[in-house]
Ligand binder design. Sequence first.
Ligand code: SF4
Ligand code: SF4
Length: 260
Amino acid sequence: MVIELIPKAAGFVYGILAFAALVWLWRSGRFTRRRAVPFLAASALFGFLVFAPVFPYQFQVLVLGDAAALGSPLPMALAGLLAFIVLTLVFGRIVCGQVCPAGAVQELMHLLPAPKRGRAESRVPTAVRAGVFVVFLAAGLGLSVNLLALMGLSAFFNLAVASVSFFVFLGIVLLSSVVYRPFCRYVCPYGALLAPAASKAVYRLRRTDACIGCGKCERACPTGAANPSAGPGECYLCGRCTDACPVEGALTYTRAGREE
Ligand code: SF4
Ligand code: SF4
């Protein structure tokens, strides 16, 4: 369904605007899961219409040096991907939360009322994703193999239903109704770069003195990132914890030392 007449740049312009709007929502304390839904829907739509900004795939074709598939000169694509890593160092994984179409379709699927499975801790998925990252680089740089195309990322958003790989990613998307973001947490090579950046993020969700220690945020969190002992690397800024918190101001998106 990707419409070739629409330049991929439109997807990146959308990504920048959505990112800025989401930062504003978080910084102003107005972010809620309900307000995130239009962003998720728009991001998914851009994925199907433009196939951008599908960050992991753009990273994949950058590794392959395929400027034609990128729709932009390689240096510009590299600068764009690096810029979003720097933005993640400041604001956390807002890209993953609601901007990336691959993340958005999984997040939307997880909203379905299906029984939820999977361990809400971040070590196992992170270790698997690190291993996949090594394979991804070796396959791309050493063998010029497009691993993410084999997994159906492009076939899915192109609705290439005649391709076997379409059904591979469709399976991942269907699985995400039960398991939280299986592609992001176990596979995504760009997420493997964003997670360490987010673990040092300037702005992140922090507990304040108003916290009563009820643990509702931790029980609501699908990745374990709401646990104070876990870093924010696997926080997708989904808003489940802030929506679940019963005390206003107990959990805020802020800089260190600004918890009030
Ligand atoms: S982890 Fe990867 S696929 Fe998931 S939202 Fe982030 S960039 Fe997109
Ligand atoms: S800490 Fe968990 S529940 Fe809260 S925004 Fe991050 S991933 Fe979502």
